[in-house]
Write a protein that binds this ligand. Structure first.
Ligand SMILES: *Cc1c(COP(=O)(O)O)cnc(C)c1O
Length: 485
């Protein structure tokens, strides 16, 4: 309904030349009670659209992102992810589906979950998956709970979980949270599990070995078949942390290595950019024997249709509201389907090639504690620079910012002093890799010629070196207008 027609008022210069039709807003009065109606004007900043756009554009330019350049964070796989997958996840049928909708009205969404579970079974060689866990760490906990439930059902609950000393910190935490006693397994001089040492550690009280393959040193556990045999011989299970699946997809399958339980990180390997606390997903795959214990509900096929199965008396129960981070699953399926089996294999091949290219190019300039061929990442240390000049991995990382690169993962894995863990991922061209390698070489020269430059780096960023301890202890999380601008 138009309440006021378009009237031209040419004769009166004090009035506007025309009036616009009023909007047809239903009467709001009476719909809200007195408490909800505010009496004051909210204190929004009075800024124009241009000012707002410029403010946020300026902020975004102060940030470093994968869309700007190489982001070599090892163990985190910050790779560029196809933008088309974001589009697919944004389709109304996915993005606006209500999590409480009856199954018959969201068959497409259930099909995505089921198809992704099936694809992950193919890729990993395991028999069933749940996509409920919303991160790798939660996947680990769910995996441990499944192992616990399985062993308990056989009247054989055990107390110990073995974990190599190179493992990600979440591994011991998850095992501990599940009530297990964690026992460390030392890596051998090549950075791998020594089967002889393992044999001594595996007893009838070991519920599982949690192995990361390739491990966090970027080294493939080539004795994995023996490792599986040793653990199984004593009635234990083999858990694999699959955060590094990027190196394996389409080439080898954990299920074929003897792995019983596995988590993967969709936000590392299958097309969701991660970092900044964004949504993740840590699906857990299992062998057939553990299927009755899967979290509920399980997406099942009943005739032509898909349904949610809650009637699973041996289930460990629900571990996450609704279906986990569903849109991350949509992106993962879009990624796997667009690449196909050969594309998925090529991803692994190039990620391994790129990591080895960096390792070979920087070998001798930066120290390599474990000189084994790399998988998808390589771990250097600051040993050579530190001994010669006093420069540390922190200084090197900060100086990389001046050279236009995001620093690599630092000080992890813990068994490498002064670690610089570099994962280029498959998305980088040779030109970009060469640029990064040149920067690392230049930093080594700078360390020898004028170490003070590195000690005070970064010099060209929006903020200089921060007091990270103070920032963690007294975080200022709210922007405040300066008192005397
Ligand atoms: C990232 C990572 C994890 C934990 O995964 P989140 O999704 O961050 O919880 C576990 N293990 C390894 C080796 C990882 O790289």
């Amino acid at each position: 309904m138009i309440r006021e027609s378009l009237i031209f008022e040419i004769s009166d210069p004090g009035k506007p030349a025309f009036a616009l039709p009023a909007l047809d807003v239903p009467e709001a009065e009476g719909l809200l009670d007195g408490l909800a109606v505010r009496s004051d004007i909210p204190g929004f900043p009075q800024v124009s659209e241009v000012e707002v756009v410029r403010h946020f554009t300026r902020l975004s330019q102060q940030n470093y992102c994968v869309d700007l350049g190489l982001y070599p964070l090892g163990s985190c796989t910050m790779k560029h992810n196809p933008k088309v997958n974001e589009k697919v996840a944004g389709l109304a049928g996915f993005a606006q589906a209500h999590p409480c909708a009856p199954p018959e009205t969201v068959q497409g969404c259930l099909e995505v979950i089921k198809s992704l579970e099936d694809a992950l079974c193919e890729i990993t060689g395991l028999q069933a998956f749940t996509v409920q866990p919303s991160a790798g760490a939660q996947g680990e906990l769910v995996g441990m709970m499944l192992i616990h439930a399985f062993l308990k059902s056989r009247g054989n609950p055990r107390k110990i979980v073995l974990i190599p000393d190179s493992a990600h910190g979440t591994n011991p935490s998850s095992a501990h949270l599940c009530g297990y006693k964690v026992q460390e397994v030392k890596s051998d001089p090549t950075g791998r599990i020594d089967p002889d040492e393992l044999e001594k550690a595996v007893t009838e009280d070991v519920a599982a070995l949690m192995v990361t393959n390739p491990n966090t040193l970027g080294v493939f556990e080539s004795d994995i078949a023996d490792i599986a045999r040793i653990v199984h011989a004593k009635g234990g299970l083999l858990y694999m942390d699959g955060a590094n699946m990027n190196a394996l997809t389409g080439i080898v399958r954990p299920g074929d290595m003897g792995v019983d339980v596995l988590h993967i990180n969709l936000h590392k390997t299958f097309s969701t950019p991660h970092g900044g606390g964004g949504p993740g997903s840590g699906p857990v795959g299992i062998v057939k024997a553990l299927e009755p214990f899967l979290p509920t509900p399980v997406v099942v096929r009943r005739g032509e249709a898909l349904d949610l199965d809650f009637e699973r008396p041996r289930s460990i129960g629900r571990v996450r509201a609704f279906f986990g981070n569903f849109l991350v699953a949509v992106k993962a399926l879009a990624y796997i389907r667009t690449l196909g089996p050969w594309g998925v294999r090529e991803i692994a091949e190039i990620s391994v090639l790129n990591a080895n290219y960096i390792r070979k190019s920087l070998e001798g300039i930066y120290d390599l504690k474990y000189d084994a061929p790399s998988m998808h990442e390589c771990v250097f240390s600051d040993k050579l620079q530190k001994e010669a000049t006093g420069v540390t991995n922190l200084d090197i990382a900060k100086r990389l910012i001046d050279h236009g690169y995001h620093p690599p993962t630092m000080s992890f894995p813990l068994i490498v002093q002064g670690a610089l863990m570099i994962e280029p991922t498959e998305t980088e061209s040779k030109r970009d890799l060469d640029g990064f390698i040149e920067a690392m070489k230049a930093i080594d020269r700078e360390a020898r010629e004028s170490p003070e430059i590195l000690k005070a780096a970064p010099h060209h960023s929006y903020v200089r070196r921060l007091d990270e301890t103070a920032a963690a202890r007294n975080p200022v999380v709210r922007w405040e207008k300066p008192k005397n601008p």
